[in-house]
Design a binder for this molecule. Structure first.
Ligand code: ATP
Length: 290
């Protein structure tokens, strides 16, 4: 409780597995995914103010800072659902690549729910926050939960899993824009000739078997995004040629992540990608939330 300043790290996620089971009559896709938070994060600073405005500032020039920002939407939903009303100033230090398949907006929204709840004296349990957060986006409840999880339904049915065995990661975001709507629209669910083994991956996680996880990385959305943007396949190949246990596109892309069994290998592969592909958004990180 109080009027002080609250600082939150909002972590990105990757999908270790992403399957689409069917398109529902209402147009949504039924998914089955293994979600994993990673070390890469944004940092948000929240302060209560004397008026009743929601003011957002950021060091990124690439984001809307008005009511289109997911932080703003989260604040609106929080105030509506709890009957609270106060002014808040938010500064967003953006590091997570934008529109990249890493839930950057959703995790900022999750941090906003947590911080506003604390600024209000914690009227909501974590469970309640997750319940109201789905109004901002299907991935936001998971971003409040964090860690390793199985996600089903349209992404809102979550089952917590034990942490995945530690590993080193390279995250590489090619300099292209991929629209999530385009990817889902062009996905031919009935024509997919293979599906990732999500149940097998879940079992491997439960046995603390990292190899069982890396052997099963799979994302059906690659069938749409990679043909449209061959650089994604080239980045995966480069990671594999430089010692990765495996590599995959995250979400609807275009970010690629690769899993390594040593920090040195991960650093070397990242350096190779930076020089060979002239990319700026290349990070070395690890699983987070264990
Ligand atoms: P997902 O993995 O959930 O599909 P993403 O990583 O592909 O998400 P985001 O980075 O969340 O995509 O951004 C998607 C869009 O949302 C962007 O075009 C951006 O303008 C908008 N947006 C609104 N608020 C934010 C925010 N706080 N951070 C990032 N993007 C935001």
């Amino acid at each position: 409780m109080g009027n002080g300043q609250i600082i939150k790290d909002a972590h990105a996620k990757i999908n270790l597995g992403l399957d689409v089971l069917r398109k529902r009559e209402d147009g949504y896709h039924e998914v089955k995914m293994i979600m994993q938070t990673i070390g890469l994060h944004d940092t948000l600073t929240f302060k209560r103010t004397e008026d009743d405005r929601i003011v957002i500032e950021s060091d990124s020039g690439k984001l809307p800072l008005d009511e289109h920002n997911l932080i703003y939407k989260a604040a609106k939903v929080f105030f509506e659902e709890t009957g609270q009303a106060f002014g808040v100033h938010v500064f967003l230090e953006k590091r997570i690549p934008i529109a990249a398949g890493m839930a950057g907006g959703s995790t900022d929204a999750a941090a906003a729910f947590e911080a506003l709840n604390e600024l209000a004296g914690c009227p909501c349990s974590q469970e309640k926050l997750m319940e109201i957060a789905v109004r901002v986006g299907a991935d936001v409840p998971y971003c409040i939960m964090k860690g390793t999880a199985l996600s089903e339904g349209i992404g809102e049915i979550l089952t917590a899993l034990p942490p995945v065995a530690p590993a080193n990661l390279v995250i590489a975001k090619p300099d292209i824009d991929v629209s999530t709507a385009f990817v889902y629209k062009n996905l031919k669910v009935n024509e997919l000739d293979s599906h990732p083994d999500i149940d097998g991956m879940k079992a491997a996680i439960e046995k603390n078997d990292l190899r069982g996880v890396t052997d099963r990385l799979g994302n059906v959305l690659e069938t749409v995004t990679i043909p449209a943007h061959p650089i994604i396949g080239q980045l995966k190949d480069c990671c594999m040629a430089n010692g990765a246990a495996n590599a995959l596109m995250s979400g609807s892309g275009p970010t690629v992540f690769a899993i390594f069994d040593s920090p040195v290998k991960a650093e070397q592969a990242a350096e190779k990608i930076r020089s060979e592909f002239q990319l700026h958004e290349v990070y070395v990180t690890e699983f987070w939330g264990q």
